[in-house]
Write a new protein. Structure first.
Length: 261
């Protein structure tokens, strides 16, 4: 049916409507030939603008049929007057068409300009936001540095306030060895202590591994059981039980030995 064909047809595969050949009789000018410039997709199917063109063509054909013949001076003057009026009408129509096109172009330019302004505003807003974010990061970094310096100065002031009168304090050895961050465990290099310079003091120095006499003495000090190794042979696994039954592992070892032979 027509409905089924309309639902299931492939619009992209449709071709232009068929236009049959035609023969014009002599002495006749069909009105349809005046619309030969209109083709499918270019004016067809006809819209409001195409209908106005068709009406203008009909008016022009009627005006050409109403022109007086050029057989007398009065008819020639009347014909010229009618042609001038038609020419003014044509120019007025063209001016109107130009005004319409200019209005359409102006609307298009306004839309493009508005879109361009919107894009520029969005770009400016993005740049301003990024600039504000950078300023915020710099501000937070500066505040963090100020807070760090403030805490450092407060710790220094507290340390100075503990001994504001310059009194001597006795050394608390128990407290120092109880605190793993004290000078006993972690001395500071700024007070003149460099633990890496005296690292050789902690190295074990012995003459035993360096000299032959030391090796002999070391060998004498070691027990005799350490130098004498005693290796016990592994006991064989019993594959036969007390009742005379051969275990599965024993049967498998016998088959493997036979295959190996």
């Amino acid at each position: 049916t027509l409905g089924t064909q309309t639902d299931y047809r492939d619009g992209e595969a449709q071709t232009d409507p068929y236009s049959p050949e035609y023969i014009v009789r002599s002495g006749s000018v069909p009105e349809i030939l005046t619309l030969a410039i209109l083709t499918w997709g270019r004016g067809l199917p006809a819209g409001q603008a195409e209908m106005e063109i068709i009406d203008r063509i009909r008016e022009k054909r009627a005006w050409e049929a109403a022109l007086p013949p050029m057989d007398s001076p009065s008819n020639v003057a009347k014909r010229l007057k009618m042609m001038e009026a038609m020419e003014r009408k044509e120019w007025a129509y063209r001016e109107e068409e130009i005004d319409k096109l200019q209005k359409v172009q102006m609307e298009v330019f306004k839309k493009l300009l508005q879109r361009h302004e919107e894009n520029q505003d969005e770009l400016h807003a993005t740049r301003l936001y990024n600039h504000w974010q950078n300023h915020q990061k710099a501000k937070e970094e500066k505040i963090r540095k100020i807070q760090h310096d403030c805490a450092l100065m407060l710790r220094k002031l507290i340390a100075k306030r503990k001994n504001c009168m310059g009194k001597l304090e006795r050394r608390d050895i128990i407290k120092e060895y109880n605190d793993f961050s004290s000078q006993v465990y972690a001395p500071l290099s700024r007070i003149g202590f460099f633990p890496d310079n005296i690292s050789d003091l902690y190295a074990v120095k012995s003459f035993c591994p360096n000299t032959f006499a030391g090796l002999c003495e070391l060998e004498k000090s070691v027990q005799h059981s350490v130098s004498q190794f005693k290796i016990k042979a592994p006991k064989p696994k019993y594959t036969i039980t007390k009742t005379g039954y051969i275990r599965r592992s024993g049967r498998l070892e016998a088959v493997l030995a036979q295959v190996h032979q």
